[in-house]
Design a protein around this ligand. Structure first.
Ligand code: BES
Ligand code: MN
Ligand code: ZN
Length: 494
């Protein structure tokens, strides 16, 4: 999608569909509709009086040959209640317009800006790009001819400032990155094995000129990653440990941010095998790893002056004659011993060794993202990502970035008293704490391997996936947490 600004009076914006927003209650007189000439507003007032135009969220009303405008069509999008309006809502409103117009074979639109604020412009561009994505890679008849080619941002007057141009560019990078993550996560497990995920990481690193190192089975065993290996040993597909480093010369020595992403390319559960309902969705168990690759790509494009290392342990979790068995005891890279009570609690095992490795590589702050527990979905649904960590300063920074980037997150409690739940009778730790407080005990298990290093854990098991299509977003992978990470990493200096 090409993105350009378009200055000069709205009445003269040519060809494109002109898009304005109206708020609930009085959509004909409130919102960016106010910028339209009186002739076209009169038309909208009639529609409002007839009850056809309400301004309810995402309502789309398309008018042909609008009076007083050079544009051939005018689209009014409902922006919902004025009091509830925010950048997040604007992102969705812009997305709804895109999906509505695409479905009608329209390829170009001119969005009427309601102001010059950077966050507002970034949200519109992000929303438009996110909405223009569909998981149709494997359809023989693709929606390609339905995509939007050109988004114009109409100022209605002056040319855009440097800040406005910068915001549009940031929106493009963040939106495209989030779609890149969604594309990785939507891939089926036969097209996204650990080997193929590592190849994608290498491609991405080469494209943006940074270092990518990929370790295989022998190296994983040589590093004594007994926890990671116990998950990988049951699969025919060889595991990969993906390490991507970004260290621009102008970045300060510290912090070195470690991004650790769970990269299970298919989670069958191992010997503690999962039931077959919705098992196909377990191809998404590498969503944490994909988010980290996305964050690296965006940070490089935005030239953020910060050192970042992404560590992604990638493997399948399969049952076989070679698979780990419940009751097995393994020695993690850290030296801590783990009794595997449930082979389906594999995420914390691979994260344990990946965190130890990230610390060994010199990371001074750690963030992990993982589709870790069904329990977080019970607690927070598909709506909010669970946030965990002992270091409140770091947790608060992540939460602040999430709020700024428009991703919903909710902090969950950690407490020493939960330790009881994942004690082992024969080893240092057990990899399952049972049903009670499942998301918390999983997080705390992972945190044991972060040790004293400031660490935040993001459980994205619920938010990685949208079960239904929305007016502004396709069903499937959401590309979640990438916007928060990009905001955090690009604002670390301040
Ligand atoms: N990958 C799953 C968690 C998951 C569930 C992700 C649903 C996305 C949707 C994870 O590896 C897992 O199986 N967790 C177990 C842990 C239990 C065995 C302690 C769970 O949540 O049931
Ligand atoms: Mn599992
Ligand atoms: Zn899993």
């Amino acid at each position: 999608m090409r993105i350009d600004f378009c200055s000069g009076p709205l009445t003269q914006v040519p060809n494109a569909v002109l898009v304005v927003c109206g708020f609930e209650g009085s959509p004909a007189t409130n919102g960016t509709v106010e910028q339209l000439p009186a002739e076209s507003r009169r038309l909208l007032e009639e529609l409002q009086a007839a009850g056809e135009l309400t301004g309810k969220s995402y309502e789309c009303t398309l008018l042909h040959r609008p009076a007083g405008l050079a544009a051939q069509k005018l689209l009014v999008v409902g922006a919902g209640k004025k009091e509830k309006f925010s950048d997040s809502q604007l992102r969705r409103v812009a997305g709804s317009a895109v999906r509505f117009l695409r479905a009608r074979g329209i390829h170009e639109l001119a969005w009427v800006l309601g102001g010059a604020e950077a966050s507002l412009i970034q949200a519109i561009v992000e929303g438009a790009i996110l909405a223009d994505y569909d998981a149709d890679r494997y359809r023989t008849e693709q929606n390609a001819e339905r995509r939007i080619d050109h988004l114009l941002l109409a100022t209605g007057g002056a040319s855009p400032s440097e800040a406005m141009l910068g915001a549009a560019e940031r929106g493009r990078i963040v939106g495209e990155t989030q779609n890149y993550v969604r594309e990785l996560v939507n891939e089926p497990a036969n097209k996204m094995t650990p080997t193929l995920l590592a190849l994608r990481a290498q491609e991405m690193a080469t494209r943006h000129g940074f270092d990518c190192q990929v370790l295989g089975p022998q190296e994983i065993r040589d590093l004594k990653m007994g926890a990671f290996w116990s998950v990988a040993q049951g699969s025919e597909e060889p595991p990969r440990l993906i390490v991507v480093r970004y260290s621009p010369p102008d970045a300060p020595e510290k912090p070195v941010v470690g991004l650790v992403g769970k990269g299970i390319t298919f989670d069958a559960g191992g010997i503690s095998i999962k039931p077959s309902d919705n098992l196909h969705e377990m191809k998404t168990d590498m969503a944490g790893g994909a988010a980290m690759l996305g964050a690296m790509q965006a940070v490089a494009q935005l030239k953020a002056p910060v050192r970042v290392v992404a560590v992604i342990p990638a493997t399948e979790n399969m049952p076989s004659g070679k698979a780990a068995k419940p009751g097995d005891v393994v020695i993690s890279m850290s030296g801590k011993t783990i009794e595997i009570l449930n082979t389906d609690a594999e995420g914390r095992l691979v994260l344990a060794d990946a965190l130890t490795y990230a610390k060994q590589l010199g990371c001074t702050v750690l963030i992990d993202a993982a589709t870790l527990t069904g329990a977080i979905t019970v607690a927070l649904g598909n709506i909010s990502t669970g946030v965990f960590g002992w270091n409140q300063e770091w947790v608060s920074r992540v939460l602040a970035s999430a709020a700024a980037a428009g991703e919903r997150m909710w902090q969950m409690p950690l407490d020493e008293d939960y330790r009881e739940l994942y004690k082992s009778a024969i080893a240092d730790l057990a990899n399952s704490g049972g049903r009670y407080a499942g998301a918390i005990t999983a997080a705390m298990f992972v945190g044991e391997f972060a040790g004293d290093t400031p660490w935040v854990h993001l459980d994205i098991a619920g938010t990685r996936w949208a079960n239904e299509e929305k007016p502004y977003l396709a069903k499937g992978a959401t590309g979640v947490v990438v916007r928060t990470l990009v905001h955090l990493l690009t604002n670390l200096a301040s």
